[in-house]
Design a protein. Sequence first.
Length: 241
Amino acid sequence: MSETGQTKTKRILLKLSGEALMGDKAFGINRDTLKSIVGEISEVVKLGVQLAIVVGGGNIFRGVALGSTGMDRATGDYMGMLATCMNAMALQDALRNSGIEARVQCALDIDQVAEPYIRGKALSHLKKGRVVIFAAGTGNPFFTTDTAAALRSAEIGADMVLKATQVDGVYSADPKKDPDAKLYKSISFDEAIQKKLKILDATAFTLCRDQGMPIRVFNLHKPGALKRVVLGEDEGTLVHL
Ligand SMILES: Nc1ncnc2c1ncn2[C@@H]1O[C@H](COP(=O)(O)OP(=O)(O)OP(=O)(O)O)[C@@H](O)[C@H]1O
Ligand SMILES: O=c1ccn([C@@H]2O[C@H](COP(=O)(O)O)[C@@H](O)[C@H]2O)c(=O)[nH]1
């Protein structure tokens, strides 16, 4: 029996892809999609798990994307980090509207908008049952929010990283480009890194491997998938040591 009495996982770090917030739109935040994601999150909060979220920014801006061509890379990356702040605020607002207490902690100083990232405060929020949303990634250019998820998960002593994405798990190749790509039920960090599987960036994989932090990759748009993952059921792909 786990500490919560119901779930296998007590404290989890959920990485939400920014693109997952777009729904069927080409850009930005789709209100209906956000509402349905909040519904999935509330199922998990009801189980009593402590939930921290790192949200991406790919639905608004990526430092390495076409829109930033010709731009200084670091400037593009700071814009990408600001994009994650907008997603974090939208998520906080939607969680609060559904009665879930949530706090954004930002790795860049925007004090009028969000708390700064302070590890001790984040832990205190989690212990009080508040969802903590980490915004602005690591606060440093040349990184990604996957790496921020790996870093924050280690800092808060999470049991696991859950990567909620658009596809069913880790495949032998990008399933959006290769229809013959095979889904792995589980894969080791070393194999994922060696095969250069791009579901997470190599820095994030390496950091999780070195911390012995398992990752489960699953499809956010599959109803009930997040809850099943938290309950330790077989869903998506487990990346392990
Ligand atoms: N081997 C692979 N297995 C699964 N998905 C893969 C693989 N290689 C590339 N991908 C692609 O990676 C995408 C997952 O990245 P996702 O958009 O969820 O994260 P992100 O880029 O970190 O988030 P954001 O949208 O915020 O930038 C999938 O939609 C899939 O098309
Ligand atoms: O630590 C970080 C995290 C993110 N960025 C920039 O933000 C965008 C959006 O993040 P995604 O992980 O792609 O969702 C990213 O492309 C980077 O430009 C960063 O610089 N540092």
